[in-house]
Every structure is written in C-alpha cells, then in structure tokens.
Ligand binder design. Structure first.
Ligand code: GLU
Length: 420
C-alpha cells in the first residue's frame, strides 16, 4: 500500500510467513521465530564535555538463541528505534542460520548522531551503554560486533568495560576488535569480501562476465568500500559510489584506486571529490543507474515501492541489512531483477566474527589466508544451498534463503523441545 509507514519488523514477519508457505509449515512449527526472545530498552545519562548531562536511549534485542548464543552488531544512529533493532536482530538469526554458523541473532543500538559527539563523549556513551546491557551479554550468551557508525575502537571500549566489570579479561564478549586485543585478521574487510563473493557467484550462475561489469555502490562505509575494492580487483568497473551527502559517477568507470584512497579517510565527503569524467549525482539517481550490479550498502528502506520499477540493474546485491521493502521486492522480481538477499550477501562479517570468537575461545590466531579461505568456503556453500532451493522450488533467492534458514531453525527448535 502506498504511503504505508515503513516497519522493518513487519517486513521480516511477512517474509517469514512467505517462506513458511513455500515449506508447507504449520504456523505452530515456526510461530516462535516471529517473536524476539528478549528486548531490553535502556536510558542512561552521559556527562558531556561542557559539563551538561544528556540522557540517551538504547536497545539490545535478542531474537533467538535456538541455534547458539545470540550474535549481532551495535549501531549508533539518530533514527534507531525498537522495531528497527528487533528486525535487525531477527535478520541476524536468519543470516547465521543460512551461513550455518552456530549462533542465534541479536542487535543493539543507541539513538544518537555520533558525528555530534567528541571522542571522549563517545567513549563515555559506549562504556555506560555497555554497563547497562552487561547482564545480557557475554561470550556464551550474546556477542556484539560493529554495525552502522561503530568500529574496532568502540568494540575495544566494550571489551574493556565488560572485562572491568567481570574482573578479568574477556576478549570473546565482542567481535570486530582491533588486532592487538584479540581481533581477527580479515575481519575489517569481511563483510565487503562476502559481498564480493556473493556478487561473483551470482554473475557466474547467470553467465555474466565480471570483467567490465558496471557496478554502482550505495554507501562508502566499511561494507561498500571493501566490496567495491575487491570487485574492482576482479575486473569490474565501479561506476558510482555514494555517501549520505551524494554520489560520484563516471559511466566509463571511476579511477577506483584514487577513490578508495580518498574514502579511506572516513572524514572525506564525496561531494568534495573531483576527477576527470566524474559527475555528482544524488543517492536516488545512483539507485536508478544503468548498470549490471547495484549494491545498496547503506541503510534499510532504500529500494521501495516508489523507485523499484525504475531500477535498471540486472542484479541487486544487498550489502546493507533490509535495503529493499517487501513491496519493492515483488516489483523487482516481476521485472526479472536478480536480488541476492542481505542475509546471504552480507553474511561475511558475522562469519569472520565467528572465526574471531573461535580464536578468542581457543586463544590462538589464524593467518589471513586461513580466514579468507574459510570465509569463501562457508559463503559459497551457503550460496549453493540457497541456489539449489531456488532452482528446485522456482522461488526468489530471498525466499529461498529464508526457507533454507527457517528449516534449520525449525529443526533446532524441534530437537530442543519447549521448556518446561
Ligand atoms: N553488523 C554486522 C551484520 O549486520 C556484523 C554482525 C556480527 O559480526 O556479529 O551482519
């Protein structure tokens, strides 16, 4: 319905119902997966640099622990709200299930625009939030990680705060940490690397050559920047990249080495980037470019009922979580656009988070080749399983990914039974 208020959690439950229908499940088989196990909302004061006190609102939601401890990132964004965090937590459950890693799903967030805070304010905010959610997290319970606007430095503060509260060092409480305190080689690039792998496999199945494939990437954060870099290394032509202030575009391909060096300094804005043949376009225009592959890797709700019919890309590979609404998804499918869904395409991050957690628990370190090889193997296996379902049942890759994951969840729930 037009102008319907966007609710990502409703998007999630609708997709689950559709996947359950394909599997012929009875509602009682999967009804629990439509609800979050635990939802914590916190409000807490932070002392600002000017001596004033501000109160912030945060969340930690655990969607499911059926297949293992809960796992998922923490985001800092002014639009964070409980329904968004619930949807993000649920998507993590399905992402971990489709990848076949032994986790359930969780997510956290603080309603804050971190660009308005100084570094010391950000640290105090992070430490106090960690203390507020500390009863819920832990290496066997719920393991946070980076997400939108959080990074290794923030994970380091979380690890330190949690360890101080416990009285001993607990590296496995969080992943995406800096290398010096138990982070994993390859974790920083992992989500982008996964997006590259998903794109590569999708093009391969369709017989579309990677060499010269025109790719537009929405978002120059951790996901978009590395996905573009790795696809460029495979011979693709990166024609457009954006940040929240707009996009740069060159139909003949951007000088991506130069662009990557520029965006590697996170403070640089693309509106200030100049280059031969480069024009400046809006984020909306980027989504509608004539390209082989579109990679939305910013926020949810980007491809909607309003613009879905205008998408010219042959493939949409979802680097972000939830960039396409359910209504838009139906339009893309009708128009023959192949959508590689978020829970498969961006699973690289949590897969390498899993490796980091395993290394922390075992107190050993893998070399980078080992990390990347294992990531490639796990993601290719997941892609093949989803693709096989798609071929067998004739449903979209999204529905196939959800169905594959839902089967695993339902099975785990059945084996464990219902307590008491
Ligand atoms: N925030 C990332 C995601 O949405 C990574 C989560 C993790 O590593 O736990 O998949």
């Amino acid at each position: 319905m037009k102008n319907e208020v966007y609710n990502p959690y409703q998007n999630f439950t609708q997709t689950i119902d559709n996947a359950a229908r394909v599997l012929g499940l009875d509602e009682s088989d999967y009804i629990a997966t439509k609800h979050c196990e635990r939802e914590l909302k916190v409000s807490f004061p932070v002392k600002m640099d000017d001596g004033s006190v501000q109160v912030f609102e945060g969340f930690r939601v655990q969607h499911s622990s059926s297949r293992g401890p809960c796992k998922g990132g923490i985001r800092y964004h002014q639009d964070v709200n409980q329904d968004e965090v619930k949807a993000l937590a649920a998507w993590m459950t399905f992402k971990c299930a489709v990848a076949g890693i032994p986790y359930g799903g969780a997510k956290g967030g603080i309603k804050v625009d971190p660009s308005k805070l100084s570094r010391p304010e950000l640290e105090r905010l992070t430490r106090r939030y960690t203390a507020m959610i500390a009863p819920l997290i832990g290496p066997d319970m719920d393991i946070p990680a980076p997400d939108v606007n959080t990074n290794g430095e923030v994970m380091g503060w979380i690890m330190d705060t949690y360890s101080m509260l416990k009285g001993h060092c607990v590296p496995g409480v969080v992943t995406g940490k800096p290398l010096d305190i138990g982070g994993s080689l390859g974790r920083m690039e992992a989500t982008g690397r996964g997006v590259m792998i998903a794109t590569r496999e999708a093009l391969k199945k369709a017989g579309v050559p990677m060499k010269g494939a025109r790719i537009a990437v929405q978002g120059k954060g951790n996901v978009g920047s590395y996905a573009a870099k790795l696809l460029h290394e495979l011979g693709a032509s990166i024609v457009a990249v954006s940040d929240s202030g707009g996009a740069i575009y060159n139909p003949d391909g951007l000088d991506f080495d130069r662009v990557f060096a520029y965006i590697s300094d996170r403070r640089n804005r693309l509106k200030d980037f100049d280059g031969a043949g480069v024009s400046h376009i809006s984020n909306e225009d980027l989504l509608e470019l004539d390209v082989e592959v579109l990679i939305p890797s910013a926020l949810e709700n980007q491809i909607t009922e309003e613009n879905a019919a205008k998408i010219k890309a042959k493939f949409v590979v979802e680097g972000a979580n939830g960039p396409t609404t359910v209504a838009a998804d139906a339009i893309l499918e009708k128009n023959g656009v192949i959508v590689v869904p978020d829970i498969l395409a961006n699973a690289g991050g949590v897969i390498v988070s899993y490796f980091e957690w395993v290394q922390n628990i075992q107190s050993l370190m893998w070399d980078e080749g080992n990390v990347n090889d294992h990531l490639n193997q796990i993601l290719c296996n997941a892609f093949e399983a989803v693709y096989a379902f798609h071929v067998e049942h004739g449903v979209s890759l999204r529905l196939s990914a959800y169905a594959v994951a839902l089967q695993k969840l339902v099975k785990a729930k059945k084996i464990r039974g219902i307590f008491p």
